[in-house]
Design a protein around this ligand. Structure first.
Ligand code: XMP
Length: 516
């Protein structure tokens, strides 16, 4: 069994980053919301606990607390921001509203040496690159604690009870704005908690295979391949575990990018020799979408049809006991809500939503514990070609949500050609891997142009390219004008039906990445 760290989430926007930093150092960790922490702690048996930051104030009534059991278990605890404050309060110290709130870059001075700082900060050192975000501050320490770092507005910027191995930092070591933060977390997990750092993708692969075999037994599994990295990695891993007990189904809905169907089929059939049922359902999807205007309606039609086709194919196989899904860790971590209200649905995402209920199958989700970049690393470990692994994300409803306005097959054809040229130019310029996602959108606008000596009246195309780490927020990619000019010329010359090209410079928020 590997050494593990438990992260108790108090709702900070950056809790996931704590987990990523810790895993990068070869230590397995999981995030659990504070209200489920008591039981998780008892079951998980971690070598140490990290308490995350959060939006609440410990001064208020009824704000979240860590289970007291973590403080009596004899294991190290690191509290970050709110986590530090609740630890202090729960152990008998005091927290007050700060006279100066600190948001952003701050400087600290180290006043005591500590294993937490070993290798980079010594007594007397100053560092003006730590990132703070707090309205409250510790004002009296519990017994056994001493100050190890101070800042101008946070006299308890870092505290320690070295004998119990309890630490608290007011700043956020998990964000890039605290460059020494990764080393600090590393010191906590390796030096203070004694974790060995032996968690790698190779060990994950072996353990995941054993788990899949244990779960599935002699049963059969169906897996819907979308052409994306997640479902492909899940399928290859499951195949390695149970071989022919896995049946993969790929549905060609006529809304894929050029060459995508062929790539998926060849990856599975030729590269891996994994049996794959490729269903040509283009006509079914395209005819149902004809003339549909409303984006949500498009999504619902596609989601519903996908379930129908998939269900039909699975029945043809004589039924299956399990359904495999490429669910990732960020989808699993339950978000901690302080508003109590349900969040608004911006877009309905429904690749396989609804399938498990309808098909009454148990789920096999071997990637549930992984972040996107870890899935890519696992894909490499499994020998999936690099070009497949680094492919940009592509939405389940495919090109249908990139032809805003009335859906027609003609529009999808034009868009597919344009998309291919745009991505070709991006690859040629060596920019593909710098961009999170790039695609074209065929606008429902015709405008006047002149080509040769004739008047044209054709569609306008919008190009989109964004940088992002998780798709939750995004910035537009700052292409050189030359690149944009060259690409626009090629698009207008080579794609019949387009006579105008624009570049979308909206970030997310306020925009979303896709247009529909
Ligand atoms: P938005 O447009 O919501 O997209 O900013 C964020 C990311 O999600 C992708 N996306 C989808 N992915 N099924 C998916 O699997 C969907 O229905 C869907 N809609 C959007 C989008 O391409 C971007 O990467």
């Amino acid at each position: 069994m590997h050494d593990k760290i438990l992260i108790i989430d108090f709702g900070s926007q950056v809790t996931q980053l704590i987990a990523r930093r810790i895993r990068e150092s070869g230590v397995y960790c999981e995030v659990v919301p504070f209200n489920l922490a008591e039981q998780a702690f008892a079951e998980f048996k971690p070598r140490g606990v990290v308490l995350s930051g959060g939006p609440a104030s410990v001064i208020d009534m009824d704000t979240p607390r860590a289970p007291m059991s973590i403080f009596t278990a004899g294991i190290p605890v690191l509290g970050i921001c709110y986590g530090q404050q609740t630890m202090v309060e729960q152990l008998g110290g005091k927290v007050e509203e700060a006279t100066h709130r600190e948001f952003g870059r701050a400087d600290i001075e180290i006043v005591e040496d500590s294993p937490l700082f070993e290798g980079f900060w010594q007594k007397g050192d100053c560092d003006d690159h730590v990132w703070m975000s707090h309205g409250d501050t510790v004002s009296a320490l519990p017994d056994g604690f001493g100050v190890i770092a101070v800042s101008k507005h946070a006299p308890y910027a870092a505290i320690a009870d070295e004998s119990r191995k309890f630490y608290g930092v007011q700043f956020h070591p998990e964000v890039v704005h605290t460059p020494r933060g990764t080393q600090l977390l590393n010191n906590f997990t390796h030096k203070v908690c004694g974790c060995s750092g032996d968690w790698t993708m190779a060990t994950f692969r072996e353990e995941a295979i054993a788990k899949i075999r244990h779960q599935v037994g002699a049963g059969t599994v169906v897996c819907g391949l979308s052409g994306g990295v997640d479902s492909s990695v899940a399928a290859v891993l499951i195949h390695e575990a149970i071989g022919e007990q896995l049946h993969c189904i790929y549905v060609d809905n006529g809304l894929m990018r050029e060459g995508e169907t062929e790539e998926v089929v060849s990856l599975f059939k030729d590269h891996y020799n994994i049996p794959l049922i490729a269903v040509d359902a283009r006509e079914t999807f395209l005819s149902k979408l004809d003339d549909v205007d409303d984006p949500e309606k498009k999504r619902k039609i596609i989601g519903g049809l996908f379930i129908d086709v998939f269900d039909h194919e699975a029945k043809q196989l004589g039924g299956a006991d399990f359904l495999a899904q490429g669910t990732l860790y960020p989808d699993v971590i339950e978000s901690v809500s302080f508003t109590g209200g349900p969040s608004v649905t911006i877009k309905s995402h429904h690749n396989v939503g609804g399938l498990p209920e309808r098909m009454k199958m148990q789920l096999v989700e071997p990637l549930r514990e992984l972040f996107k970049d870890e899935v890519r690393a696992l894909g490499r470990e499994l020998g999936i070609p690099e070009a497949f692994i680094t492919r940009h994300p592509f939405p389940g409803p495919g090109l249908a949500i990139r032809v805003p306005g009335k859906f027609t097959r003609e529009k999808v054809e034009i868009l597919r050609k344009a998309d291919t040229i745009y991505l070709d130019e991006i690859r040629k310029a060596g920019l593909y891997d710098e961009i999170w996602q790039a695609f074209a959108v065929l606008l429902p606008v015709r405008s006047t142009g002149v080509m040769g000596d004739s008047r044209t009246f054709d569609y306008a195309l919008a190009l989109r390219a964004v940088t992002s780490t998780d798709g939750m927020t995004a910035d537009y990619y700052p292409f050189e004008h030359d690149f944009l000019g060259r690409t626009a010329t090629r698009l207008i010359n080579e794609v019949k039906g387009i006579n105008r090209v624009t570049y979308d410079i909206t970030s997310k928020p306020p925009g979303t990445i896709e247009w529909e």
